[in-house]
Design a protein around this ligand. Structure first.
Ligand SMILES: Cc1ncc(COP(=O)(O)O)c(C=O)c1O
Length: 391
């Protein structure tokens, strides 16, 4: 790949020098954190924190006290670290289809539910799962919401994360606080057991906190222009084929870094404004692309989508791949998100090829930048280039 200093990155890692300084200062903070910003958004809930979203899922599964080897229903269309967390908790991921909303397909879940002990739903791209249908099918079985993508999305007027027995968020993603996972507990019976699981977690030292902030700041710097297109992506692409970054990752289950938690509590107060900008960008793209053959995201009735990511879908993998190359050559980086998951899951997580719709989606989807940090000229450029190449 030729160096491209103006390349628009596929994801938005918005961790500024100010965030870094705030993080370093917070590493020395003592005493309890004031969780009132969270309570004013999610209500009076139990909030617990780990170092990653995957750790949060792990502790929730442990707290459920299921027999070892229980089957955990989970959408195949996901990051494989979700499956790693299930395996690490001593259980077996059992894969469920997604529908055209990119969330759990209720029909497929209905056919598989008898074998499952618990269901994990994922509000993928920020698009809320139809929770009423899923909870009805699950009956007495616990439902866990994976809200890694869905911070501030709503279903029937309620925030995602407040709808299942417990939920978890990945704070490294949309809100860009560096790292961290947040658990919200909605089932009172589970709160004490989860608190006990939290007591086992290792607490990061002040030095680790500072090191962490520095690494995140460097990563963020390289995720911005000009460094993204000059170094980060070319290097990333050159090692992609040599290093398997997707399979069976082991991870240490630790408590959240203080700097991530305090930055999240600061950023979340004004985060809705950023979500609104990202929604505006997304509606602009939808309007500009509505006359093409692309399948575009839409907002389902009774939902508020945070538009964390903007997926477009093609009729074939060949078309998707050629558009992705075309866009990159014109300064727009994109992501074929989770396209490798079906194969990796077959090789390493026991997937039995029973989710054909998911496999098709993984082969034909492309995530296009819609970040709240993009200027008007950039979002117009993205729309123009996509319109210029698709029918
Ligand atoms: C849908 C989904 N859930 C959970 C996670 C795990 O989040 P974390 O990286 O914070 O462990 C990811 C991460 O990529 C994800 O994409």
């Amino acid at each position: 790949m030729k160096p491209m200093p103006n390349l628009i990155p596929r994801f938005n890692l918005d961790y500024t020098f100010k965030d870094f300084c705030y993080g370093v200062k917070s590493a020395f903070a003592s005493g309890e954190f004031d969780l009132s910003p969270l309570k004013s958004i999610f209500g009076e809930k139990t909030f617990l924190f780990t170092s990653y979203g995957r750790n949060s899922l792990y502790v929730i599964l442990k707290a459920l006290n299921l027999p070892k080897g229980s089957k955990v229903g989970v959408p195949l269309y996901s990051c494989t670290v979700v499956f790693d967390a299930i395996v690490k908790a001593g259980h077996i991921p059992c894969f469920v289809e997604i529908d055209d909303n990119y969330t759990v397909d209720p029909h497929d879940l209905k056919e598989k539910i008898e074998d499952l002990e618990v269901v994990v739903v994922i509000h993928t791209f920020g698009r809320p799962t139809d929770m009423d249908k899923i909870k009805k099918i699950a009956g007495d079985k616990p439902v866990i919401e994976d809200c890694a993508h869905s911070l501030l999305s709503e279903y029937k007027g309620m925030k995602t994360g407040t709808l299942g027995d417990a939920s978890f968020f990945s704070l490294a993603k949309y809100i860009s606080v560096g790292g961290g996972g947040m658990v919200i507990v909605n089932n009172d019976g589970l709160a004490d057991r989860l608190q006990k699981e939290m007591d086992y977690l290792k607490k990061p030292s002040v030095l680790n906190n500072i090191k962490h902030s520095f690494i995140v700041y460097m990563r963020s710097l390289f995720y911005h222009r000009p460094w993204f297109g000059l170094f980060a992506l070319p290097i990333g692409l050159s090692i992609e084929d040599k290093v398997d970054l997707m399979t069976k990752r082991s991870f240490e289950v630790a408590s959240i870094n203080k700097n991530d938690l305090s930055l999240m509590l600061k950023k979340i107060v004004v985060f809705k404004r950023k979500v609104e900008i990202q929604r505006k960008n997304s509606f602009f793209l939808i309007n500009e692309l509505k006359d093409t053959s692309l399948r575009l995201p839409y907002e389902s009735k009774d939902t508020y989508c945070n538009y964390y990511l903007f997926p477009i879908r093609f009729d074939s993998m060949e078309e998707r791949d050629s558009v992705s190359d075309y866009l990159r050559n014109r300064g727009v980086d994109t992501s074929k998100l989770y396209s490798g998951t079906p194969l990796k899951s077959e090789q390493h997580y026991g997937y039995k090829r029973d989710c054909p719709n998911t496999e098709n989606i993984a082969d034909t989807i492309l995530v296009v930048p819609n970040h709240y940090t993009l200027g008007e000229r950039e979002i117009v450029k993205i729309a123009e280039h996509v319109k210029g190449v698709v029918k």
